[in-house]
Design a protein. Structure first.
Length: 198
């Protein structure tokens, strides 16, 4: 089995993040990726069957790292469940309110662009999003147990919050301002707060 720790593999992924975050998937060619990665063409096909397969791997790698970073926040037992979630959403607002680069906007950038064009990439995005929603749901339950999140919150609220933030990120890019993200932050506060936080 090909080792994913291989330097060329990582260089190709890093180049993909750098280019696709700015230009989008369809507007980046393999030659451009390989030039930025500074690897020969054969290295690309050693790891990826096609550009589509590369996109699928890029998304999988992105979510793997992203979910690990979420864990470091959501498992912080020095914070309440509510504090963990609001810190997460504040961080989302901060990163999405500035221009895209590297891994910041990958899901927002690729969600609409490739979902109708590549079923494997759509599935990778869907699976990654489901992982994030599951983490949010678990954190909501922590907050319900510690009394800082409204106990009437339903399980599907994690889906709704993720969709709220994804939509706010898209609109923020369209409007080129942070107002939709600040609105999402305010809405999240109202949805999640128990009476002890008001």
């Amino acid at each position: 089995m090909k080792s994913k720790s291989n330097e060329n593999y990582q260089q190709i992924l890093a180049a993909g993040y750098q280019l696709i975050a700015v230009k989008g998937f369809n507007y980046v060619g393999l030659s451009e990726i390989l030039k930025v990665a500074n690897v020969p063409k054969g290295s690309f096909y050693y790891y990826f069957k096609s550009k589509e397969h590369f996109g699928e791997e890029l998304i999988t790698d992105y979510f793997s790292e992203y979910l690990t970073s979420i864990d470091s926040l959501f498992n912080n037992d020095k914070m309440t469940g509510y504090e963990r979630l609001m810190t997460y959403f504040q961080g989302w607002a901060n990163t999405q309110s500035t221009p895209c680069n590297e891994k910041k906007c990958l899901v927002v950038k690729l969600g609409a662009e490739v979902s109708d064009l590549s079923e494997p990439m759509r599935i990778a995005l869907e699976k990654g999003a489901a992982g994030v929603i599951a983490k949010i749901s678990q954190c909501i339950q922590v907050g319900v147990k510690d009394g800082t999140i409204d106990p009437d919150i339903q399980d599907q609220m994690a889906d709704s919050l993720y969709h709220l933030w994804l939509g706010a990120s898209v609109v923020a890019k369209l409007q080129k301002n942070e107002a939709p993200l600040l609105s999402a932050l305010s809405t999240s506060t109202l949805i999640l707060s128990s009476k002890t936080n008001l």
